[in-house]
Ligand binder design. Structure first.
Ligand SMILES: [Cu+2]
Length: 71
């Protein structure tokens, strides 16, 4: 099982953007933690149960950013 996924995220302007993404992604069942690095434009998501990349992308899109699954 995949325990970590990484996304390239664009559209973030400040640390609040990263915190917003992490708060929303961490609401998903199966997500242990979400860590966004605004400068690197990356979000790393650690899982405790299977979650599809598309599920995470949908949440990030919903709050106004663009995400691509990279690993
Ligand atoms: Cu911001």
């Amino acid at each position: 099982m995949t325990t970590r996924m990484e996304f390239a995220v664009t559209g973030m302007h400040c640390d609040s953007c990263g915190l917003l993404i992490d708060d929303e992604v961490e609401e998903l069942p199966g997500v242990a933690s979400s860590t966004t690095d605004v400068r690197r434009e990356r979000t790393v998501v650690d899982l405790t149960a299977p979650v599809t990349p598309d599920t995470v992308i949908a949440v990030i899109t919903e709050v106004g950013y663009t995400a691509v699954h990279v690993a």
